[in-house]
Design a protein around this ligand. Sequence first.
Ligand code: SAH
Length: 212
Amino acid sequence: MRLRNISGSRELIAASDYVIHEPQEHRGKWKEVFGSDNPIRIEIGMGKGRFIMDLARSHPDINYVGIEKYSSVLLRGIQKLEAEPLTNLYFIRMEAEEITSVFAPGEVDRIYLNFSDPWPKDRHAKRRLPSREFLHRYDEILKKDGVIEFKTDNRELFRFALDELEPAGWHLEQMTEDLHRDAEMMRDNVMTEYEERFSSMGNPIYKYIIAR
Ligand code: SAH
């Protein structure tokens, strides 16, 4: 059977109520978007959104924003949210470099980075989400005692991320090089799609929690 009228991802996203379409307009006013004073936590590079949906479902007293740059990936998250609407979760399709134009200083309570792209070439280091350039951006939007949680199975990216902390003015709160064997850090662990895939292949998962 031929399928008719299949719109592109961008059109479907533009029509979705689960997506914030002009996010800069809400800078400093995200409480109004959610209609509550609850803390706002964001995942940058959410992929298909399983992690942030699981968090939003189990923490109705926290508000969540999932950020993803690719329409085709984000669309999968939107479809899941349509099947199971959650009032404390919105998505944004954007490039994370623009994050400080979307959130005001101190507006974000916590930032999650999960299985961020490694950008292995040295000349692309600035594009890595745990790079010092991004840490400076996070410093602007994150409240004073807020933390960043980062997970990856990429050893080089994790090493790089650790080396970036001090120059950018951050310090480790917690760290493991094998999350799934660390009972304490596993206690409240919520698996991401990539985490499930890579840990089932036997890859150790690295995680840090950092603060200023
Ligand atoms: N967090 C998910 C997906 C990991 S893949 C999981 O753990 O399963 C990394 C995702 O981050 C991809 O979907 C990619 O498109 C997105 N991403 C990478 N760099 C980004 C950027 N600069 N801004 C927004 N999204 C980004």
